[in-house]
Write a protein that binds this ligand. Structure first.
Ligand SMILES: [Zn+2]
Length: 222
């Protein structure tokens, strides 16, 4: 589903299965954010093709964080389509350590793909556009969120959802850090589409502001 020109959002709706939402930014350097689980890639691929997107055009598979339900299919994107897998350098350190434990814990093989690009907070040049990355720990130590001000789009990974927020009880999680991350994201200007890692998008500046306030209020009751 297209949420703005060059921005496609694929919310996951798969019954009992756990998988994340996927976002594709088309243009100069097409990026797929959080491609999800490997075994669900064929259905996601079909949706991309339906929207006229060619997986072979994707240059980067960017992971908001290293949990398998967000990044496992990155290996397919690398091996079959030549996309570069990318996460924050802080997340890579975690991924090389305790983060590996999520794979066997979820009954999955350890990833053998190569994280070819380490990202930092700040501007990210995608050829015809610049987007901005924010290091947002709390759900995972090196979590990344992506802001594209010209389109009013904010990709929040598992930091904030519609009326909810990411778990902080996993290894590497921290509720105080998550709160600070939510607060930082709230301060970003011109957000018209909040695209979270799970659940539905939050559309419209007013609804997004209300959602930030609601979630901060819930966090503060913990
Ligand atoms: Zn996660």
């Amino acid at each position: 589903m297209k949420v703005a020109s060059s921005v496609y959002f694929y919310p996951f709706s798969g019954g009992l299965e756990n998988n994340c939402n996927t976002i594709v930014l088309t243009g100069g350097e097409p990026v797929i954010i959080d491609p999800g689980h490997k075994h669900l890639w064929p259905s996601l691929k079909a949706k991309l093709l339906e929207d006229g997107l060619n997986p072979a055009d994707l240059k980067m598979a960017l992971f908001t964080h290293c949990h398998p339900d967000h990044m496992e299919a990155g290996q397919i994107l690398e091996e079959e389509y030549g996309a570069t897998q990318a996460m924050s350098s802080a997340e890579k350190i975690f991924f090389d350590g305790p983060g590996q434990g999520f794979f066997p814990w979820m009954g999955l093989d350890l990833p053998t793909g190569y994280i070819g690009r380490l990202l930092e907070e700040g501007p990210l040049d995608l050829g015809d556009k610049t987007v901005y990355l924010y290091l947002t720990p709390g759900h995972s130590p090196g979590g990344l969120c992506l802001h594209w001000p010209e389109k009013g789009v904010l990709v929040t990974g598992d930091i904030i959802f519609s009326r909810s927020f990411g778990r902080t009880d996993f290894p590497g999680g921290s509720l105080p850090e998550l709160r600070e991350s939510v607060q930082r994201l709230k301060s970003l200007p011109k957000v018209e589409a909040l695209l979270p890692g799970h659940g539905s998008a939050v559309m419209g500046a007013k609804a997004i502001e209300d959602n930030f306030n609601y979630v901060l209020d819930v966090i503060d009751r913990f």
